[in-house]
Ligand binder design. Structure first.
Ligand code: PSU
Ligand code: MN
Length: 309
């Protein structure tokens, strides 16, 4: 059975002409931000990708089709929808077969992007090793996906709700290059620095693009994690965000929140506890990642002009 891919006209055209494309996920829309900021952000991220000379491809499952590129009506329907599945590698096929609506996480978006021949993907922050994973075993499927699917993912590091040292350890074990941009430290999503050094640093989009192509040349499976710090004017200092994170984690533990609900629950609680500042920061970092992803996609398109798809 072939995958029921549905390309937007803009993405179909970019695939024919070899223009750079940036994949965008949809879980951030349905589970990561409240309405209407989710819709406004999704539109702004697409506009940012276009302004930087690439074509946006927001990915989601709707009515049994795997959409690569959504029109504005579809974007709005998704932003307003309830009961949307949060899709990862484990459930994307089931969602398609059952004709349900599903938003793609980092893992599922990587799978779809690779199927569509898209090399670069921008998001906010990847999932990682949750705190207390030694008892809960909660490790995001995003980590495994980075180890197996050859897509370069631009994120502001991993979300600071996670155990960042353990997340970096697992990425190293899985052979995933973690590349900080413009600094030596691994960023912590809402804050520029986690206090942990990143294993690699590259300051130019062309270099990140070349490393993506070199990995393919070496026959290495998996992608790259490009860790792009939030712009300084938008960051929330660690002293300010840490108490909100701690309180949200305590509440999640008390209410026994588990599995797929953990990340959306924590993000919503931190939003409330910071009076909406965490959301403003989240929006700023996603836009910043979209810009860098567009430049990397353009560099890959220049370096390795592909035969029309
Ligand atoms: N980036 C954001 N907000 C989000 C996410 C990323 O700024 O909500 C989503 C991504 O879809 C990522 C998911 O894959 O959070 C991680 O979920 P989990 O921890 O359950 O694997
Ligand atoms: Mn999880």
């Amino acid at each position: 059975m072939t995958a029921p891919l549905a390309f937007s006209p803009e993405v179909a055209d970019a695939r024919r002409t070899g223009r750079p494309i940036v994949a965008l996920e949809s879980t951030i829309i349905t589970h990561g931000m409240p309405f209407p900021q989710n819709l406004e952000t999704a539109r702004q991220v697409e506009a940012e990708v276009r302004a930087a000379g690439a074509v946006p491809a927001t990915i989601a499952v709707m009515a049994g089709r795997l959409h690569v590129g959504l029109d504005d009506g579809q974007l709005e329907a998704l932003a307003r929808a309830r009961e949307v599945m949060k899709l990862s590698r484990a459930d994307i096929a089931a969602c398609l077969v059952q004709g349900r609506t599903g938003a793609t996480t980092v893992a599922a978006t990587m799978i779809a992007a690779h199927l569509a021949g898209i090399a670069v993907f921008a998001t906010g922050g990847i999932g990682g090793v949750h705190r207390g994973a030694e008892t809960s075993f909660d490790l995001s499927a995003d980590l495994q996906e980075l180890a197996r699917t050859p897509v370069t993912v631009v994120a502001a590091g991993a979300k600071a709700i996670l155990d960042l040292p353990k997340t970096l350890e697992v990425l190293e074990t899985l052979g995933v290059p973690v590349i900080a941009v413009g600094q030596d430290d691994f960023p912590a999503f809402w804050s520029r620095s986690s206090g942990l050094g990143a294993p690699l640093r590259m300051d130019r989009a062309e270099e990140i693009a070349a490393a993506h192509l070199m990995r393919a040349g070496l026959g290495l499976a998996g992608g790259q994690l490009v860790a792009n710090p939030i712009p300084p004017e938008s960051e929330i200092p660690r002293e300010e965000i840490v108490p909100a994170i701690e309180a949200a984690l305590a509440e999640a533990a008390a209410r026994e929140i588990s599995a797929k609900e953990v990340t959306p629950f924590l993000l919503a609680r931190i939003f409330e506890r910071t009076g909406g500042r965490s959301l403003q920061a989240n929006i700023a970092l996603v836009l910043n990642n979209a810009r860098l992803a567009a430049r990397i996609a353009a560099a890959i398109a220049r370096e390795a002009p592909h035969t029309p798809l």
